[in-house]
Write a protein that binds this ligand. Structure first.
Ligand code: PMP
Length: 425
């Protein structure tokens, strides 16, 4: 019995499914999860002392790898002054200044404690601001476990959504319209049916909870134009892509300006954080200025702010993004050329330090396309890579992340393992 297996057996007695977030249970790839006792740079050390090159990077926050000395020192320094004050603190102002400087559409920002809180507040704000109820979301985009957003497409593309989890009232689900990604005509149809009831559209501009999907030409601009025309709020959920795809996220990368942006992960430097920001005119509808209520005992927590500020400043120094992009391109092109050499049908979408591997003949543009990719092959690929010392995300629907702490040697070694495993499949 390994130490991980023993811990998992105990955990399952105590914690539902043995985990505090479902994907960690390895349900979609099968087998039992490993437990991590330590993480440093690009390496995880399991409870059984196995070292793994990590491409999950704590699901995105660890853009500088694990336990970065600058972030650790920033937390330690903040810790000298206490862990939480319940009053405004100086870090919050510096964090707001940095986010506003980096993210093009953000004029004012409110800090929260998770991505879920950010999206929950963003749709409440969109509803409060427009005095409308309906929200459009897209199949395959994940926005945290918010009731109104944990909704699946109803039968027929233009019917109203149905709950995607037990415990969500159908009446609430009916206020969410779920459409396929990358089909502007469906969004136009929804606006012609419900235009004056639609508070806003929320989307991951590069959906990365379904592997990694890119919008087709003109799609994001089309959504921007429809929201402007109908007086609806365009919300980019950049919890994953913010500060990752570029310093200003997807919105900077593609040059499209949402009304509200949700953020998380990297701005916490590995501690729990989320944020939402946008036009001052909209943001000022939040309490205490406006009628949309939102609050948080630990929001703007000094330790989390200190960690996040250090993480953002490191990104602004030197050539972080060009190095990340170079590593992303190296891995993606090694995988893609091995696949074409051996005639394996594979898609490797990549942008900067994010990439994903779809076992599929055709390009993946929607959730349905992603679902149709070969799950058995992915699962075998995952387990073989893990065995050989590379930890990929344990689901075909998740994106891989690279960090600035991935040294050239780790990238070379990982590429070799990923390509060798493809040949063995
Ligand atoms: N939005 C997106 C795009 C996400 O990827 C996630 C989490 N992976 C969330 C929201 C929810 O964030 P959290 O897990 O911090 O609640």
């Amino acid at each position: 019995m390994t130490i991980s297996n023993d811990l998992f057996t105990r955990a399952q007695e105590l914690i539902p499914g043995g985990v505090n977030s479902p994907v960690r249970a390895f349900r979609s790839v099968g087998g039992a999860p490993f437990f991590t006792k330590k993480a440093e740079g690009a390496t995880l050390t399991t409870a059984d002392d196995k070292e793994l090159i990590d491409f999950v990077c704590t699901w995105g926050p660890a853009i500088h790898g694990h336990n970065h000395p600058v972030i650790r020192d920033a937390i330690a320094e903040a810790l000298n002054n206490g862990t939480s004050f319940g009053t405004p603190n100086p870090y919050e102002v510096e964090m707001a200044e940095l986010i506003i400087k980096m993210v093009p559409s953000v004029e004012k920002v409110r800090m929260v404690n998770s991505g879920t809180e950010a999206t929950m507040t963003a749709i409440r704000l969109a509803r409060g601001y427009t005095k409308r109820n309906k929200i459009i979301k897209f199949a395959g985009c994940y926005h945290g476990h918010v009731d109104s957003l944990l909704i699946a497409a109803g039968s027929g593309a233009l019917t109203l959504g149905k709950p995607d989890s037990a415990g969500i009232p159908e009446k609430l689900a009916e206020e969410t319209i779920v459409l396929p990604f990358n089909d502007l005509s469906k969004v136009e149809e929804a606006f012609s049916n419900f235009g004056d009831q639609i508070a806003g559209i929320i989307l991951e501009p590069f959906p990365a909870n379904v592997g990694l999907i890119f919008p087709t030409d003109g799609y994001l601009q089309g959504l921007r134009d429809l929201c402007t025309k109908h007086g609806s709020v365009l919300i980019f959920d950049e919890v994953m892509t913010g500060f990752r795809v570029s310093a200003g996220g997807v919105q900077e990368h593609v040059g499209i300006t949402p009304d509200i942006t949700t953020l998380g992960k990297i701005i916490g430097g590995g501690l729990p954080v989320g944020a939402l920001g946008g036009k001052a005119e909209i943001m000022d509808h939040l309490a205490p200025l406006g009628p949309v209520y939102q609050a948080g005992t630990l929001s703007g927590n000094p330790l989390a702010m200190a960690a996040g500020i250090a993480s953002l400043k490191l990104l602004l120094e030197g050539d972080a993004y060009s190095r990340l992009d170079k590593m992303g391109k190296q891995i993606a092109s090694a995988i893609a050329s091995t696949a074409s050499e051996i005639g394996l049908p594979l898609q490797v979408p990549q942008v900067g330090s994010m990439f994903c591997v779809y076992f599929s003949e055709k390009r993946v543009d929607t959730l349905d396309d992603a679902t149709a990719t070969d799950t058995d092959r992915f699962n075998k690929y995952f387990h073989t890579c893990l065995e050989k010392g590379v930890y990929l995300p344990p689901s075909k629907y998740e994106a891989n992340f690279i960090s600035t702490a991935h040294e050239q040697g780790a990238i070379d070694r990982a590429s070799e393992i990923l390509c060798e495993t493809l040949r063995e499949l």
